[in-house]
Structures are given as structure tokens and as C-alpha cells.
Design a protein around this ligand. Structure first.
Ligand code: DQA
Length: 148
């Protein structure tokens, strides 16, 4: 039972990137915590970050055949621009949760629209890294993972 966590552009800079907006945890700290949550529930979790739209599309397509059952995605800036990522998620027909560290609705108007939200199982924003943890827990519970 596998959960795939995807992080979009600039999230590799977490920890030093605008910490007042995105928090002080690094991406590898967040990913390690998410893996631990999955392991505890008897599941596995893979994380992937890219600054490139096509690489994210390729990784989503690969999820169709690599055993992935649920996707948790923070598409970062591509949230607001990417029809390609939307189409990839629709194409693989896997359930996904959209996560944002910041509350995009309290920010600039161009961040208020997401190309993904209407396809998502749910959207979590504004809860910092805790949003990822909640999303992974929900994914595991919905997959029936023991101990989730
Ligand atoms: C973000 C919000 C986006 O608007 C922004 O471009 C990001 C991160 C978030 O996690 O709050 O890079 O997705």
C-alpha cells in the first residue's frame, strides 16, 4: 500500500525560503516524518520534489503502474498555472489531496485559483507542515491501513 507525496517548485528551499510564510522545517524533515507515519501504519510512502512541470507530470504518470494508491500533492506555483498537472492527475485516476503550507486564500489574488482543487478528494491549506501530516493520515485511513 503506497502513498506518493509530490512537492512542486521551490519547496526544496523549505527551511530558508520565507520562513514566516512557509515555516522553518526543511523538506527532508517533513518527508522523514511522513514516511514514519506511513511505516507506523504498515504502509510505504515515496516523496518526490521537482522544480520542473514535465518531471512532475512524468512522476504522476508513473504512479499509474508503480503501486501508488493515493497521491498527496503540493503543486506550489504550478497550482495556479498548470493544466498539464491537472490533466496528468485526471489521467491516472488516483485519489489525491492538494496541500498548501500557507493559506492561499489570504494571499495575493493570483494564488486564490487552483487548477486542481475540483478534482481533489480534499484541499488543506494554511496549516503549515501539519497539512501534509493530516493529508497522509487521511490517505492511509481511506486505504484501510492498519493503525492509521
Ligand atoms: C504554496 C502556495 C503557492 O502559492 C506557492 O507558489 C508555493 C507554495 C504553499 O505551500 O503554500 O510555492 O503551494
Amino acid at each position: 500500500m503506497q502513498v506518493l507525496v509530490l512537492h512542486g517548485p521551490n519547496l526544496n528551499l523549505l527551511g530558508t525560503r520565507e520562513p514566516e510564510v512557509y515555516g522553518s522545517q526543511t523538506l527532508s524533515q517533513i518527508d522523514a516524518e511522513l514516511s514514519a507515519i506511513a511505516t507506523e501504519a504498515g504502509a510505504s510512502l515515496t516523496s518526490f520534489q521537482s522544480n520542473h512541470e514535465g518531471a512532475l507530470v512524468d512522476r504522476i504518470q508513473a504512479a499509474r503502474t508503480d503501486g501508488t494508491r493515493f497521491i498527496v500533492i503540493n503543486p506550489a506555483a504550478y497550482t495556479h498555472t498548470s493544466v498539464a498537472i491537472r490533466d496528468a492527475l485526471a489521467g491516472v485516476s488516483l485519489p489525491f489531496i492538494e496541500v498548501h503550507l500557507s493559506n492561499i486564500h489570504r494571499r495575493e489574488p493570483f494564488r486564490h485559483h487552483s487548477y486542481l482543487s475540483d478534482l481533489a478528494v480534499g484541499v488543506i491549506c494554511g496549516l503549515g507542515a501539519n497539512g501534509y501530516r493530516l493529508a497522509v493520515r487521511h490517505a492511509l485511513a481511506s486505504l484501510g491501513a492498519v493503525g492509521a
